[in-house]
Design a protein around this ligand. Structure first.
Ligand SMILES: *[C@@H]1O[C@H](CO)[C@@H](O)[C@H](O)[C@H]1NC(C)=O
Ligand SMILES: *[C@@H]1O[C@H](CO)[C@@H](O)[C@H](O)[C@H]1NC(C)=O
Length: 328
């Protein structure tokens, strides 16, 4: 049963799929199985596999492999209701079967936003994922949103982007987890508590972020595709800086009490950028699973050495997240 998901037909009716999934759920109990409903943070193609050499010599922003980021989702919308074309605006991270965590500044808790926006899961190449989309044909793994919950203290105090997180409840839960769609783990410890077995660069923790956003500050967007900056998912490795370093480099823009953290590279050139907002910053835990430590929030320019990127601090926001999920 472990490999059943390889055989899953994509184009059968949802009624049939639901009955198959129900069967899978009760028969799969091996926690190492990719189908386990309790799994998180496991990627078939490990994120760091595309970097040659040892973990502490990781370099370069690169095209992400398929099945490396099964928890990433693209937030997309059609420019108009009759349009066949979707455009990606932000990203988000699947944290369980029915919830996606994104940035508050990406969303609006309005009926209009809920109607207009969708979440594509299980895709790295957005061109391929939307290849058959038309006004009448809905691509596979495109989820509607049932509810938007924005952090009540987002941007309080104003202009700080404090608490820049929002939860999106999918209209239907992901029926089963697979190599292409499965959640990231919520963090079990702060990004600053570096567990044994984590990836290090000069003693600092290496984490990864990914997105379809702009390739550089002010770069032209993708005009004829779905991605805002790239149709293919790109990933970069960044190091997590201490709160002291973040405060000294970002000045008044960084305060730990805004529930933020910062990450980047000493030489710059690697960062999240416009269109990547809401996406994941993941770090490998001692267990080997990838934990969602950050949500892409803001930056001054993109990849500027002097200004590391600012992320919502998921560990600091974890009780808010779990509370909202259990009560909604
Ligand atoms: C993405 O998919 C499109 C359509 O299938 C294909 O033409 C293109 O080569 C793919 N891009 C990459 C980087 O694999
Ligand atoms: C698009 O349609 C082609 C031809 O019917 C099919 O082979 C392909 O799998 C479809 N792609 C998606 C993403 O649904």
């Amino acid at each position: 049963m472990k490999t059943t998901f390889f055989l899953f037909p994509v184009l059968v009716s949802s009624v049939l799929l639901h009955s198959i999934y129900a069967h899978v759920h009760v028969t799969i109990d091996d926690p190492s199985s990719a189908l386990s409903s309790s799994m998180c943070g496991v990627a078939t193609n490990s994120i760091e596999a595309i970097y040659p050499g040892s973990a502490n010599r990781i370099v370069g922003g690169k095209t992400a492999q398929e099945r490396s980021w099964p928890w990433i989702g693209a937030i997309v919308r059609k420019p108009s209701i009759w349009s066949a074309i979707y455009q990606q605006t932000c990203a988000g991270t699947l944290i369980n079967a029915q919830w996606v965590l994104t940035a508050a500044h990406c969303v609006d808790p309005t009926a209009k936003f809920i109607r207009q926006n969708l979440i594509m899961l299980g895709a790295t190449n957005l061109t391929a994922a939307f290849a058959n989309a038309s006004a009448h044909i809905r691509p596979a793994n495109l989820y509607s949103i049932a509810k938007v919950i924005v952090h009540e203290q987002f941007d309080v105090p104003s202009g700080t982007s404090a608490n820049d997180v929002a939860l999106l409840k999918l209209a239907e839960p992901v029926p089963f987890f697979s190599e292409t769609i499965s959640p990231a783990c919520l963090p079990t410890a702060s990004i600053h508590d570096i567990p044994a077995n984590s990836l290090l660069d000069g003693g600092r923790r290496v984490c990864f972020t990914a997105g379809w956003g702009l390739l550089a500050e002010g770069a032209p967007g993708v005009r004829d595709g779905v991605g805002s900056g790239s149709n293919t998912l790109l990933q970069v490795n960044v190091v997590s800086y201490s709160a002291e370093v973040c405060t000294s480099t970002l000045g008044i823009w960084f305060k730990p009490e805004y529930k933020t953290l910062c990450a980047g590279t000493d030489l710059g050139g690697k960062d999240a950028c416009t269109g990547d907002s809401g996406g994941p910053l993941v770090c490998k835990a001692a267990s080997g699973a990838f934990e969602l430590q950050g949500v892409v929030s803001m930056g001054f320019g993109c990849g500027e050495a002097r200004f590391p990127g600012i992320y919502a601090n998921v560990f600091a926001l974890k009780s808010w997240i779990t509370d909202k999920i259990t009560t909604n």
